[in-house]
Design a protein around this ligand. Sequence first.
Ligand code: SF4
Length: 315
Amino acid sequence: MTGFQGDEAGEALTASLNQVQPVVLTEWSVAVGDGRQVEQLLDGGDVIGAHFPPYLDPMHHRRVPAAFVVGVVTWGGTMARPRTPKGRAMQTAARLAVEYPGTAKELCALQHENPFQLLVATILSAQSTDVRVNMVTPALFARFSTPEDLAVADPGEVEKLVASTGFFRAKTRSVIGMAAAVVERYGGQVPVAIEDLVTLPGVGRKTANVIRSVDFDAPGLPVDTHVLRLSRLLGLTTNTDPEKVEADLTAMLPAREWGGFSLRLILHGRRVCIARRPRCEECVLADFCPSSRVPTIHRSNLAGPKRARLNRKGD
Ligand code: SF4
């Protein structure tokens, strides 16, 4: 985090805003001298929301030392804080695209060279980690490089190769069955249509959407545990059924963004919005996330008696 001291905070922030208008999607962390300085930033017209660590409430700590670091989230003066699920979804997509840039293919952590290998890797990733899967797939793909090879593989040999990913017997049945179905019904080519993909053994909507969005550049929004959890925390959906969550999210975002949005939510869920210990203080979505644990003041919240009281105290 970058820290600024005293009066420099306002100047640095103003300069930054001038550089990045009209859309500012970055979190600044500045040290401010007191609540009035924050007020001045808010009154500047461009700063819409300010966030404070739980221990620092500007309403009650008017003279905090400049060394205190206060996170100030800003964005363009023409943009309003999103108040609807669709607005929050769009803002989430925009900000996470800055945090985690790249296409769905670039963001996908499962190593693979073609849709068939990605199908195998995604099936193996259930109840496991991408890192673990990437440790076993090189040997698996070296031994069985095509659907035709894997379709006639000895299950015992495959089990040994994928054992460390867990549930290896069921996964072995799925990958061999999937390979056989791809050979028998689709001539050895992984199908693109989701209706076809979900008929393959071991392939549900989540896996099908991974393949579509990552390797076929087709619309697909995989809903895994992170996507479901963050979507609810961010107030994008109230559903708990992955298929309904997928329907809610896809209705709010352009189809070209579905795959990247899902992968970015997954990255954010792993790195920042960690289950049971979300790091809201570091989260670029904290200013509008309904589940944020960071106290927020908002310009509109400062109107009326509270604002007058704050101004009087600052005289
Ligand atoms: S503000 Fe907190 S709860 Fe909301 S998305 Fe960020 S880390 Fe998760």
